[in-house]
Unconditional design. Structure first.
Length: 184
């Protein structure tokens, strides 16, 4: 029996960047919800910049770092988690339009709680922008722990894949010819 922490404390800064960028689209939605005011346009701008950072991270940085070949362990498609993720951040924003300080504080509290859970669950990679770019989110057994992996191709247990990982984001690049066991 091992006595290991439930939550990985490695790569905190990278996971925070991924999470902030993953939730950036909601800032644009919130900005439009607030209206065409200075605050609304500021939220839209931050949302657009954050979304661009996430796309650049995924398409540029993440696919060129820390590559390795692994044989896939158990694979689970995370489409249901992705749909729940979108619902958790869009429904509070779309359901109410605060017109007083208490309403904005409620938004802030809700956002804080959602971000804590998403950070701990490593959901920075489960992003609607990834789906828009043709990626699908999977949970696979990788290096003796479950890991969320984005892939443009279907992943199946037992296949050998080349992966790139950086700051908590793992991307399946291509089928590999080298074999290294993920499950130990």
């Amino acid at each position: 029996m091992t006595d290991r922490r439930s939550f990985d404390s490695d790569i905190r800064a990278g996971r925070l960047v991924l999470l902030a960028a993953a939730y950036a689209p909601v800032l644009a939605v919130l900005g439009l919800r607030v209206g065409f005011t200075t605050a609304g346009w500021a939220l839209v701008g931050v949302g657009v910049v954050g979304s661009a950072v996430w796309v650049a991270w995924l398409e540029g940085i993440a696919t060129r770092h820390q590559t390795g070949d692994f044989t896939l362990g158990p694979v689970e498609i995370l489409d249901r988690d992705a749909a729940a993720y979108v619902a958790t951040y869009l429904l509070p924003v779309l359901a109410a339009k605060p017109n007083q300080t208490a309403g904005y504080l409620a938004y802030l509290l809700t956002a804080g709680l959602i971000l804590v859970v998403a950070y701990r669950a490593e959901l920075g990679a489960v992003n609607p922008l990834g789906y828009a770019l043709g990626y699908r989110a999977y949970r696979v057994r990788c290096e003796d722990r479950p890991r969320i992996v984005l892939s443009k191709r279907m992943l199946t247990e037992g296949e050998e894949w080349e992966f790139a990982s950086v700051a908590g984001l793992t991307v399946a690049l291509k089928l590999s010819t080298t074999k290294q066991s993920i499950d130990g």
